[in-house]
Design a protein around this ligand. Sequence first.
Ligand code: F42
Length: 327
Amino acid sequence: MTFGIEFVPSDPVLKISHYAKLAENEGFDNVWITDHYNNRDVYTTLAVLAQNTNSIKLGTGVTNPYTRNAAITASSIASINEISGGRAILGLGPGDKATFDAMGISWDKPLTTTRESIAAVRSFCAGEKVNQAGEMVKFSGAKMAFKAGNVPIYMGAQGPKMLELAGEVADGVLINASHPKDFEVAVKQIASGAAKAGRDPKEVDVAAYACFSIDKDAVKAANAAKVVVAFIVAGSPDMVLERHGIDASAKPDIGAAIAKGDFGALMGGMVTDGMMDAFSICGTPDDCKARINDLLDIGVTQIVAGSPIGPNKEKAIKLIGKEIIRQ
Ligand code: F42
């Protein structure tokens, strides 16, 4: 099993670099940087991290094929691979519809676009001249002018078809989920995709890209994660809520509280214990360890500590290192 950590570059790059170095020292294997147009640029962030770390792997977590052409993605991640001495990982998913709406980008055929973009990036990284006449992604003889080296490709995915695709074509999959019930389903879908492609499902690193909050005080840990869990509930398909016994009618109220910025309501009972259990890895080190062990039993192979990580990020990173990774 490996450990990853997610940072959102809504924080300044140098602050993230400090956290990433700390994470490396505490034994984390991978750092994942999210990609949204309104935050600091993901590749600029990874470049600074490459200069300030030595061994931790550096991933986009995740970029998308709509705001960046696959050739540009290949060039960017290959540059990170070069300056980091071969530590780059490409996390790629279809992206965030809400930000695309704001940018005037139409989110057509996300599955097909992801499949064809992965094929193109792989070809670019292999140094091939790319001629691709896909439905969504087309190239006519484009080729990189420098060597990329080997860059593993991970997919950001939750839906059944996307998970199947990850089983078929990806080196790993970053799944925004925290509960064994979700992974029970996901692991089967990945395995079915792998079978289609004649691959061993074990070739696919299955990452729980989780809302994570750890503290010696369980209440503080929970309070730090409640708003993140509210966003997850508001954005989850009804089928996923039902899987966890959560009444889908709670969704509009939570969505409205988020839209109004009424965090008092979210903290004051709107986000229930059931929601916290379903959508976060949260609590004391022992609580988090118990959940991690359940996830490992079901086939998860990487735990990614995602936002908020804890009420105090620095303390949380050290706590994960001492109480979980090095145990
Ligand atoms: N998105 C970002 O923009 N930035 C990030 O930093 C980010 C991080 C991230 C980390 C982990 C993670 O799991 C996801 C993350 N995402 C991030 C979101 C990610 O980019 C994707 O939006 C998300 O993972 C995709 O969700 P999904 O797996 O549910 O896929 C969607 C597209 C879906 O609807 N999938 C369906 C399914 O069953 O899997 C398939 C839909 C389908 O088949 N579509 C057809 C097609 O060709 O696309 C078209 C069908 C038709 O009728 O046209």
